[in-house]
Write a protein that binds this ligand. Structure first.
Ligand SMILES: C[S@@+](CC[C@H](N)C(=O)[O-])C[C@H]1O[C@@H](n2cnc3c(N)ncnc32)[C@H](O)[C@@H]1O
Length: 285
């Protein structure tokens, strides 16, 4: 599977999710799915699915929420996962449970010509913050919804409210320069942290009844495998891993020790739970 043709302004994201970044996510699929399960549970609860519904899982990645939504709309329902990442979709296809009413396709949600009025619900776990032109993307997605239709997605709140990211990143910053600042409206994990911005985007795209519920989730960065696994996880994906990319092994080794030290106070048995702050966003078409 090759990278898809996407909107020209999404080129960087398409390159990232089809390159080493997307490959690391695909390789870590089993652990990511366990770690982010509390987020999936909240999303599925707030999405209020009914058997028989048709759902579009936007930025579905390796498919874990696609499968969970498929269980929630059984019998008779169907879930389509769309993503720009060939490696993550290939992983999703590999791990699809036999007979699950799901399909996956590789496309840029910003411009893909979805059949209009074909879904009851647009859903996403952390898959909608990477659009270069979110009004264009959500306008396109809005067209794909039936009337009445619903939107339910989860995005991160501010970085400073997310020890899940910041504990390891601050440890790494003892050893390497800070990464260039990212603008609050630039695509990335925190692009939808502002309630005002998300509301503005969704209204401009045609959504109504927009609600944003702040939630805290404890995310076990060790996925039950102890402190070493937690440290390795921080070195593989997320901002600490990005800050360390291309630094020499001795710097990585020193930063690894600092990450271990920073995580140690959070250890509970074989788990290392860190708080994550998210918005659960719901709206109507
Ligand atoms: C942080 S990952 C989340 C993956 C998955 N939803 C999960 O919770 O495990 C973000 C996902 O959004 C996808 N993505 C980013 N921009 C996209 C776009 N324009 N169209 C479709 N998918 C996109 C990425 O390829 C990636 O799989």
């Amino acid at each position: 599977m090759d990278a898809p043709q996407g909107h020209e302004n999404n080129t960087d994201q398409i390159a990232y999710w089809n390159g080493a970044g997307g490959q690391r996510w695909a390789a870590r699929q089993p652990v990511q799915d366990i770690m982010l399960q509390p987020v999936a549970d909240l999303l599925i609860d707030r999405a209020r699915t009914k058997p028989g519904e048709r759902i579009l899982d936007v930025g579905c990645g390796s498919g874990s929420t696609t499968f969970a939504f498929a269980r929630a709309v059984s019998p008779g329902g169907h879930v389509t996962g769309v993503d720009i990442s060939a490696p993550m979709l290939s992983r999703a296809r590999e791990v699809t449970p036999a007979g699950a009413p799901v399909e996956f396709f590789l496309a840029d949600a910003t411009i893909h010509p979805f059949a209009s009025g074909s879904f009851d619900l647009l859903a996403s776990r952390f898959g909608v913050m990477f659009f270069a032109d979110p009004v264009l993307s959500f306008t396109n997605l809005h067209r794909a919804l039936k009337r009445p239709g619903r939107l339910a997605f989860v995005c991160w709140r501010e970085a400073r409210e997310n020890p899940f990211f910041m504990v390891s990143l601050q440890a790494v910053y003892k050893h390497v320069p800070k990464m260039p600042p990212v603008g609050p409206e630039d695509p990335g994990p925190f692009a939808f942290a502002s309630q005002e911005r998300v509301t503005r985007i969704l209204m401009a795209a045609g959504f109504s009844d927009i609600a944003m519920e702040p939630c805290k989730v404890a995310l076990d960065v060790a996925v039950g495998r102890g402190l070493d696994a937690a440290v390795q996880g921080c070195l593989q994906i997320g901002p600490a891993a990005r800050a360390l990319a291309e630094h020499p092994p001795e710097v990585v080794a020193a930063a690894t020790n600092s990450i271990r030290e920073a995580l140690t106070p959070y250890v509970k048995g074989q788990t290392v739970p860190l708080d994550g702050s998210i918005w659960i966003v719901t709206a109507k078409a």
